[in-house]
Design a protein around this ligand. Sequence first.
Ligand SMILES: Cc1cc2nc3c(=O)[nH]c(=O)nc-3n(C[C@H](O)[C@H](O)[C@H](O)COP(=O)(O)O)c2cc1C
Length: 218
Amino acid sequence: MSREASSAPRTSFGARMSEHAIAARAAAHPIDPQFLQRWSPRAFTGEAIDEATLLTFLEAARWAPSGFNAQPWRFIYARAGTPAWEPLLGTLSEFNRGWAHRASALVLVLSARQWLPPGKTEPQVNLTHAFDAGAAWALLALQASLSGWAAHGVGGFDRDKARATYAIPAGFELHAVVAIGRRGDKSLLSQVLQARETPSPRRPLAELAAEGRFDFFD
Ligand SMILES: Cc1cc2nc3c(=O)[nH]c(=O)nc-3n(C[C@H](O)[C@H](O)[C@H](O)COP(=O)(O)O)c2cc1C
């Protein structure tokens, strides 16, 4: 169903989403528009981000739920133009560096595989640390979107290099780097990436959720 441009949902950066994006981003069940308006651009303006703003995104992540409230996530951040920037940018794959170099900040998301329960002296394996870190990154991305910025998860980075760069112990798993910036014009990108610079669709919920059975799934 097409909608009038005037009623099209506003994206977090203030522009109206294209009709194509709206069609790709329609919810089958009623949800808050913020979930549809968040997406992961690769064209960033390179605008500087102040540390206080970046910390609001990490603050949102801090309030994620976690198993035992162990809060296993850790974040190493680097803002463009600071001494911290090049070492983290340098861990990204060549493809991802090609667009993420115009981001305003990068955040490496890692989490502790073990935790120390209250009153215990021996650390215990935390089976949900990765799940919890995923929840934290999602809140970070939502807060960035709500604040008029965009966050783009990057799994294509050299984990060994990042581990060595920051001397991260084996007890921590490195999950992703998040590129954060203001969305820029897609002409900043190569022709190939320009074609992909649009909010993506999702599989139907019926393929993803079933009541009381698994054999339903592929
Ligand atoms: C953990 C994770 C790793 C990702 N890795 C990359 C990546 O290496 N390069 C890239 O361009 N996009 C990457 N993405 C972005 C996804 O392709 C994107 O989130 C997905 O297509 C859904 O689109 P949306 O975020 O715009 O809704 C990654 C996203 C996540 C959550």
